[in-house]
Design a protein around this ligand. Structure first.
Ligand code: SF4
Ligand code: SF4
Length: 135
C-alpha cells in the first residue's frame, strides 16, 4: 500500500509537479511500520493507485494537485504516486494518509501485492500481516 521514478502521466499536463510533489519525510524508527522504510507499492506503476469505491466527495478531500481526475486515480510522476514523500526503500510516507484511496488501505505488508512491489524494487518479501500498513 503504501513504495520510487519517470514521466508525467497523460492528463496531467497542466499540473505544477514542482508544487505537487512532497519534499520531506520523517525519519524512520525501528518500531514503525515496514512501509515507512519501503514505499514500493506507491511507486509500482503510473496507473496506480486508481480510485475504486471512492465517490466525488472522497476525491475532493484529496489535494487537487495530486489527483489525475481524467483517469480517476492519483497523479503519478515517473511511475510514483505524487502523494508519496521520501526515498523508496529508505524512508517514505503518504502525505494524504487519512484520505488515501481504498486500494492503498487494502494493501498490507506481506500480502501478494506487497511482495510483487518489493521484488520489483529488489527488496526481500515480508512475512504476511505482521503490522498495519503505512502510518
Ligand atoms: S511494505 Fe509492502 S505494503 Fe508497505 S509500502 Fe512496502 S510494498 Fe507497500
Ligand atoms: S495515496 Fe499514499 S498510500 Fe496510496 S499510493 Fe499514494 S502515497 Fe501510497
Amino acid at each position: 500500500m503504501a513504495a520510487v521514478v519517470g514521466d508525467t502521466c497523460e492528463g496531467s499536463d497542466d499540473v505544477d509537479v514542482g508544487q505537487a510533489l512532497p519534499q520531506t519525510v520523517a525519519p524512520v524508527l525501528a518500531s514503525q511500520s515496514p512501509c515507512q522504510a519501503c514505499g514500493a507499492c506507491c511507486a509500482h506503476s503510473a496507473e496506480w493507485p486508481r480510485f475504486t469505491l471512492e465517490d466525488d466527495a472522497d476525491v475532493a478531500r484529496l489535494p487537487a494537485a495530486l489527483v489525475d481526475e481524467k483517469h480517476w486515480r492519483m497523479l503519478s510522476v515517473a511511475d510514483r504516486c505524487a502523494a508519496l514523500a521520501g526515498e523508496v526503500g529508505v524512508a517514505t510516507s503518504c502525505t494524504v494518509y487519512e484520505n488515501r484511496p481504498v486500494v492503498c488501505r487494502d494493501c498490507q505488508p506481506g500480502d501478494d501485492a506487497c511482495t510483487m512491489a518489493r521484488e520489483g524494487r529488489g527488496m526481500a518479501p515480508l512475512p504476511p500481516a505482521i503490522e498495519p500498513a503505512m502510518t
